[in-house]
Design a protein around this ligand. Structure first.
Ligand SMILES: Nc1ncnc2c1ncn2[C@@H]1O[C@H](COP(=O)(O)OP(=O)(O)OP(=O)(O)O)[C@@H](O)[C@H]1O
Ligand SMILES: [Mg+2]
Length: 475
């Protein structure tokens, strides 16, 4: 069996060879690329275990960002010179799987690779629940339909257009489609057509020859070439300038193109998936989008439902998003049932992205904490806990998640009881004691099959005192 691959991107070949020697010793297959030629030379992410971005890389942060874009879910590890951690921008710190100081010892490297392996195994377990291995959490009819469409179209080379509001998961679907297709061993190359200035977009897509225009100091491969054999994801296609639309149409018709400044025609075998949150049909009426291009792109449309139309998926999405937080080793949170209930009443104009941001935000405000209704931002507090939601909309998902969260809370409380230690950030002693008390009372009641008199005896208190407490805690 092939050894799992580890890539190092480093501009210092001596250091690179040292690293490869260690990697080989640990029974991985190592590959060394320079920052310059990485994207050109990486043909497949199959069997790729991790990518290291070396300490000898110029503009390390920028390189790291584009590596992450290219390899998607594969962990990226940053190597830095000793004592330079503070110079790594926090955005990058949050994006990478870990940061290590160079020179790195065998043991440190081995430990971190083992930790990655564990995380991978855990993640596989997590994503397979309710998300069908596609990273697409949800069990609503709407999301089932999307999964069905993905399965239907994945293996053909049909051009797919993904429509839907911002944050509904269009990119998630594009990646899932690529993964499910026979092209999954080749690259998935995303291009955000709205974010790249019009004058650079052509060279970004088709590449250029040396000297093709001022500033073109070296020849450069475009995204079409990078995606050869794989999938090109044209995101925000609705924002593509008209002149580029003409050029793109030509490539779609002829399946070939030229780099800027070259007259050599390059044939391409690339599957095109595009996405937009815009109303393209309106854009056609307004003369902002070419109708002929639209028909070429819209061979197989997939429409992403808004989150407000599938609130029953919120518990599963929360579970997936919390699992993702844990996987990225940042921290975790537990949402109280009331809080989840209230989140299911919000209209979510920012869709799943808004929910993902909320989960990250509460995890920062209360790391590893229990999030109740009062911990949610003010806009959610206008809602009150509604029984209807539990009964009508989301029985299974909601109850299952509530049970899991409750178990988690109970375990955490128990752990605290046995190892009471003041956390670094301080704590709310009253709330803590309250949690401990509730948990112990609940256990006593469970033990005594709900007979209050017996439970009171177990807790060495008067029956009336226990009854008082049950009333007070609303138990
Ligand atoms: N079904 C899902 N399961 C898990 N995570 C999801 C799901 N849908 C979306 N997400 C997460 O929500 C965020 C937004 O998703 P994505 O970027 O795919 O949306 P988008 O439709 O492309 O948005 P935009 O139009 O703003 O680019 C991402 O963090 C993504 O991982
Ligand atoms: Mg997007």
């Amino acid at each position: 069996m092939a050894l799992p691959r580890i890539i190092l991107i480093d501009d210092n070949p001596v250091r690179g060879q040292q690293f490869l020697a260690v990697i080989q010793f640990l029974e991985y297959q190592g590959e060394l690329y320079s920052a310059e030629d990485f994207s050109e030379k990486l043909h497949s992410v199959d069997d790729l275990f991790a990518v290291f971005v070396g300490a000898g890389v110029d503009k390390q942060a920028t390189v790291t960002k584009s590596v992450i874009e290219l390899v998607a879910d594969i962990p990226v590890i940053l190597l830095i010179d000793k004592g330079t951690l503070l110079q790594v921008p926090s955005v990058i710190q949050n994006l990478v799987a870990s940061i290590q100081e160079w020179p790195v010892t065998y043991t440190v490297l081995m430990d971190s690779l083992q930790a990655l392996q564990k995380q991978k195994e855990n993640h596989v377990k997590h994503v397979s629940i309710g998300s069908d291995n596609k990273g697409l959490a949800g069990s609503s009819e709407a999301i089932k339909q999307v999964r069905f469409l993905i399965d239907q179209v994945a293996d053909s080379d049909a051009t797919v257009l993904i429509l839907g509001e911002s944050g509904t998961g269009k990119e998630v679907v594009a990646r899932a489609l690529h993964k499910a297709s026979s092209r999954h061993n080749h690259a998935f190359v995303p291009v955000n057509c709205g974010a790249i200035p019009a004058e650079l977009l052509e060279s970004e897509l088709f590449g250029h020859e040396k000297g093709a225009f001022t500033g073109a100091l070296a020849a450069r491969q475009g995204r079409f070439e990078m995606a050869e054999g794989g999938t090109l994801f044209l995101d925000e296609i609705g924002d593509m300038p008209m002149p580029m639309q003409v050029k793109l149409l030509r490539v779609l018709q002829e399946r070939s193109f030229e780099r800027i400044g070259s007259n050599k025609t390059i044939d391409c075998d690339v599957r095109i998936i595009s996405a937009t949150h815009r109303d393209i049909e309106q854009a056609i009426i307004d003369n902002l989008f070419r109708e002929d291009l639209f028909y070429r792109l819209n061979v197989f449309p997939i429409e992403m439902p808004a989150l407000r139309d599938r609130v029953e998926d919120i518990p599963l999405l929360i579970k997936e998003l919390v699992a993702r937080l844990e996987k990225n080793k940042r921290s975790s949170v537990t949402l109280a049932p009331d809080a989840i209930n209230i989140l299911m009443q919000h209209t979510w104009p920012g869709n799943v992205r808004e929910l993902a941001n909320l989960i990250e935000r509460v995890a920062i405000i209360k790391p590893n904490g229990l999030i109740g209704v009062t911990d949610l931002p003010a806009k959610f507090r206008q809602f009150t806990v509604s029984d209807e939601i539990i009964v009508e909309q989301a029985q299974d998902n909601f109850l299952e998640l509530v049970q899991e969260m409750e178990d988690k809370i109970e375990q955490e409380v128990l752990q605290k009881v046995f190892s009471a230690q003041l956390p670094e950030e301080g704590m709310d002693l009253k709330e803590y004691l309250h949690e401990v008390e509730m948990s112990l009372i609940k256990q006593a009641l469970d033990e005594c099959n709900g007979v209050v008199a017996h439970a009171a005896k177990l807790l060495s208190m008067q029956r009336t005192t226990l009854v008082e407490k049950l009333k007070k805690f609303d138990m």
